[in-house]
Write a protein that binds this ligand. Structure first.
Ligand code: GDP
Ligand code: MN
Length: 377
C-alpha cells in the first residue's frame, strides 16, 4: 500500500527525519492561505506516480496568488493518468545538492538493502541504468539492523559531502527505523536536499507498506480506504476478494487456486490474448461466492470474454458448475463465458453446463483459444 508524499512525510517526521514545513490542501484558496504562511513555496501534486517533477506536477510559486494558480492548474486534472485530488504546499528549499537515500526489501539478498547516492534528483533512474556504481548499497542483517560503521561507510561510498556525513548518517538510521517499525517495502527520500545553508531535509518521500502487515499496522490500515488504488481492486477488497488484481487486458479470468490462475494467465497470453485480471475465487463453490467474483470481473468495462478454470479437489466440479449456473441466472452477462474444468466430478460438472450460455471445454489451451476467439466477435 503506497502512501502519499504528505502522509509519508508525516511518518518520517515522527521518527525525527527533517521535512519541509507544509500542508496538504484540496483547493486553490486553501493553497493561497498555506502559501501566505509559508512564503515562497512549491506546490506538489499528490498522486501515486513517480516523476511528477518531469510531468509538470511540481510547481514553484513566488506568491500566495501564484500558489493558488498552481494548485488550481493541478487539482481535478490528471497527472500521468491519475486525477489530482490534493496538492502539498511546502516551503521552497534553497537547494545546493540533491542526494538519494532509500531502504527497500531486496529479493535477491532476501534482506533490507539501503541505497545511497550523491546523484539524487529526477534523473536517478538514468544514474541507476548508466552508472550503477554511483549508487552505494548496504545489505542489512535484519537481526541487528545497520551498524553505525556500516552506515558511515555507506555515506562515504555514496560520495556525500564530508560536512553533511553526520546528519545524513543520523537520517539513514531513522529511515531504517521507520522502515522496520512500519513493515515497509520501500522507504525512499529523493531528493534528500542539502540546502545552501548546510541543512539536510527530505524534500520528497515515498513509502510503501506491506499489505500483508496491515493487520498489525492499524494507523496505516486506516489510510487504506484513501489510497488511490484501482477502483475495482478497492471494491474487490471491500467484498473480501483480496486476491483480485487488475491487469489491463480484456479476458476476464476466474479460477480456484492461485497457481491455477497464474497458469491460466500464461495460457491466455500464449494463445495471443490479454488477461484482464487475476482472481483466485478460492475453495468456495456457492452461487453467492461465484456471483460476487464474477460481478467483480465484469465491473471492468474492457472485459470481452470470461474464462473459468476450475480444478475439482475437495470442492467438486459439479458443485462449482451449479454455483456458476445459479450465479449467471441472476445476472445479465453479455460477454461469452468459457468454462474449463478438471478433477473431481469434472465430467459431471461440464455436462451440467450443456445447453446453458456457458461453453464447456475440457482442454485448457483450447479453452483459452476459444474465449479469445469468441471475445473478438
Ligand atoms: P518527483 O519528480 O515525483 O520525484 O517529485 P520531487 O518531489 O522529487 O520533485 C522533483 C524535483 O523538483 C526535485 O528533484 C527538485 O529538483 C524540485 N523540487 C522539489 N522540491 C523543491 C523545493 O522545495 N524547492 C525547489 N527549488 N525545488 C524543488
Ligand atoms: Mn522525487
Amino acid at each position: 500500500m503506497k502512501l502519499h508524499e504528505y502522509q509519508a512525510k508525516e511518518v518520517f517526521a515522527r521518527f525525527g527525519i527533517p521535512t519541509p514545513r507544509g500542508r496538504a490542501v484540496s483547493s486553490g484558496p486553501e493553497a493561497e492561505a498555506a502559501a501566505a504562511e509559508l512564503g515562497r513555496c512549491v506546490v506538489k501534486a499528490q498522486v501515486h506516480v513517480g516523476g511528477r517533477g518531469k510531468a509538470g506536477g511540481v510547481k514553484l510559486a513566488d506568491s500566495p496568488a501564484a500558489a493558488r494558480e498552481a494548485a488550481e492548474s493541478l487539482l481535478g486534472k490528471p497527472l500521468k493518468g491519475l486525477i489530482v485530488k490534493r496538492v502539498l504546499v511546502e516551503e521552497a528549499l534553497p537547494i545546493a545538492q540533491e542526494y538519494y537515500l532509500a531502504v527497500i526489501v531486496d529479493r535477491h539478498s532476501k534482506r533490507p538493502v539501503m541505497m545511497a547516492s550523491a546523484l539524487g534528483g529526477v534523473d536517478i533512474e538514468e544514474v541507476a541504468a548508466a552508472t550503477p556504481e554511483k549508487i552505494a548499497k548496504l545489505v542489512i542483517d535484519p537481526a541487528y539492523g545497520p551498524w553505525d560503521f556500516e552506515l558511515r561507510q555507506l555515506c562515504v561510498d555514496a560520495g556525500f559531502a564530508p560536512a553533511v556525513l553526520r546528519p545524513i548518517q543520523a537520517i539513514a538510521e531513522k529511515l531504517y527505523q521507520v522502515f522496520t517499525a512500519s513493515d515497509a517495502m520501500l522507504a525512499e527520500i529523493n531528493p534528500l536536499v542539502v540546502t545552501a545553508d548546510g541543512r539536510v531535509i527530505a524534500a520528497d518521500a515515498k513509502f510503501d507498506v506491506d499489505d500483508n502487515a496491515l493487520y498489525r499496522q492499524p494507523a496505516f490500515a486506516a489510510l487504506k480506504e484513501e489510497s488511490e488504488e484501482d477502483p475495482i481492486e478497492a471494491e474487490a477488497h471491500r467484498q473480501g476478494l483480496g486476491a483480485y488484481v487488475r491487469l489491463g487486458g480484456d479476458i476476464g479470468i476466474l479460477g480456484n487456486g492461485a497457481g491455477l490462475v497464474m497458469t491460466t494467465l500464461d495460457l491466455v497470453t500464449r494463445a495471443g490474448g490479454k488477461p484482464a485480471n487475476f482472481l483466485d475465487v478460492g475453495g468456495g463453490a456457492s452461487a453467492e461466492h461465484v456471483r460476487k467474483a464474477l460481478s467483480i470481473v465484469l465491473m471492468d468495462p474492457n472485459v470481452k470474454g470470461v474464462l473459468f478454470n476450475i480444478f475439482g479437489g475437495i470442492t467438486r466440479g459439479d458443485d462449482v458448475a451449479r454455483g456458476i449456473l445459479e450465479a449467471v441466472r441472476t445476472m445479465d452477462v453479455r460477454v461469452p463465458m468459457v468454462v474449463r474444468m478438471a478433477g473431481t466430478r469434472a465430467e459431471e460438472g461440464l455436462k451440467l453446463l450443456e445447453g446453458s450460455d456457458l461453453i464447456p471445454v475440457a482442454n485448457p489451451s483450447e479453452a483459452a483459444r476459444q474465449v479469445i476467439e469468441l471475445s473478438k466477435r
